[in-house]
Design a protein around this ligand. Sequence first.
Ligand code: ADE
Length: 297
Amino acid sequence: MKEEEEVPFGCGRGASVLRQWGNCVNNIAACSRLPVASVRVEVGCEKVLAAREAAAPRRPQGDGYNDVLHEMQIDILTLFPEICRAPLSESMMKRAQEGGVLQLRVHNIRDWATDKHRVADDAPVGGGQGMVMKPEPIFAAVESLRREGSKVLLMTPQGRRFSQAAAAELAREEHLVIICGHYEGIDHRVTEQLVDAEVSIGDYVLTNGAIAAVVVVDAVVRLLPGVLGHEQSAADDTFSRGLLEAPQYTRPAEFRGWKVPDILLSGNHAEIAAWRKEQALQRTRANRPDLLADDQP
Ligand code: ADE
């Protein structure tokens, strides 16, 4: 959110975010590092939402959680560092690094290749199209970066599908090493011997795992204490409570004849909250009925 952006109607949280950034230690309680509770959905908006709220993560108390700012370290290994650098050096990701919440390093895998031409790929054994990423530089890179407790991820469409819950889990790690695949794939000995988890960001194939790594890093880092700068922001997210978010409006109250809903201008916070809950449920039914299914994972 940019500083000049407007305050959302209906007592929103947006515009104060940047002003509060410098006060991030006080906002550590904002953290949503807890797993999102999954609740079986019954009929009726109130019932559904009450059940979800009851099961929503609570802030830990009295465990020092509110006083300690953890720095997370992330090392990204890619053949295309520039793909990661630009998106992860702007806005909140930039502030997370400047504020000491995140130490991010983006490495070129070729830097661990030992031959003259820094070769990082080769033809697939057994034939087939394209090139496969070689194991030697990847092993050398990971072995030089990882330490006790590091978690090594491989970005690949063959991985487990990434989600908000997975982001919250990864946000509890101290050190992530993220290997980005490219070409036709990566030597399977990397997957078998080095990698703790294969991660896919969805059922489609990108040209480059570095793009997927940016998505994962962004989703994880915004959950770290202090990054969002307001204690409600992450907890209110779409998916955090298993529903999509209600629509938001800002000024002007009327634009080309289209009006902001009266309820948001009423100043009645209880009614605004009820309206938002109902809208969230309606939107979820329309766009993502799978989130309301009994058998969702
Ligand atoms: N690399 C290519 N496509 C990908 C995907 N969908 N998720 C993660 N890494 C990928």
